[in-house]
Design a protein around this ligand. Sequence first.
Ligand SMILES: N[C@@H](CCC(=O)N[C@@H](CS)C(=O)NCC(=O)O)C(=O)O
Ligand SMILES: [Fe+2]
Length: 293
Amino acid sequence: MSQKPEVTGFFDPRTSSIQYVVADPAARRCAIVDPVHDFDEKSGQTATASADRLLAFIADKGYAVEWILDTHPHADHFSAAHYLKARTGAPTAIGERVKDVQELWKGFYNWPDFPADGSQWDRLFTEGERFAVGGIDARVMFSPGHTLASITYVIGDAAFVHDTLFMPDSGTARADFPGGSATTLWASIQRILALPDETRLFTGHDYQPDGRAPAWESTVAAQKAENIHLTRCRTGAEFVALREARDRSLPMPRLILQSLQINTNGGRLPLPESNGVRYLKIPLDLLTNTAWD
Ligand SMILES: N[C@@H](CCC(=O)N[C@@H](CS)C(=O)NCC(=O)O)C(=O)O
Ligand SMILES: [Fe+2]
């Protein structure tokens, strides 16, 4: 049984995110990680081109989808988990601490009746929980800091670390969203770096420093040797100082207020109103200390 999944990344230039298809080709089974539901905030139009690209790839390979996995409730794009479940019938999953994120945003959106119980997903993973993609062993490693609910999926020799470590020349993810913590992120990064040196790491975003081509795969060894945030810091305290200083300079993601109301609801768009149109709700003056751009 091979413990080296075939990993295919699909870069979304609009949000600089990477969606993945992780497969056991021998078993013809795969999981989807962090699928994107397209949204243009200028027109309000949604689309499924990015998710459909995954489906076309999967159909071409003849794979069955076993899991639709999100690493965290994204703050910069809509999750296509709900759409892909409707198309494939595969179960959706996320980390169980999504309930804490739901509780937080339920308050922000003033949704007193919103069930902050994770019932919007088929499976809520706990720390250390095991599952499989075909014949490849997979396990869940909590890695909070960027969000309260962030998890890393370790599937065979590949770890989907999402927004903890970016590519070595790009550093680390921000930790200033509600519920975020640079101290906690540092601890999560140490756990990831404790995986075997040859572990393949797949990141959640690539912001293409100096305009280089998009990239998303590194290793534990490469991160230890070259990550521009880690090599500059000898201690956790130094990392926290660097991270917090950088976070003070970053504008909020363009779509944070739109994305969280979709993603805390498992990727469901709001229900249509009586005229058949769906609407988003934008809280004003809730997130403050804005780094204006
Ligand atoms: N410009 C992007 C920024 C998105 C953003 O803040 N991304 C998060 C991950 S969800 C991050 O960690 N960014 C780190 C950085 O921009 O240095 C947007 O508006 O969507
Ligand atoms: Fe993120």
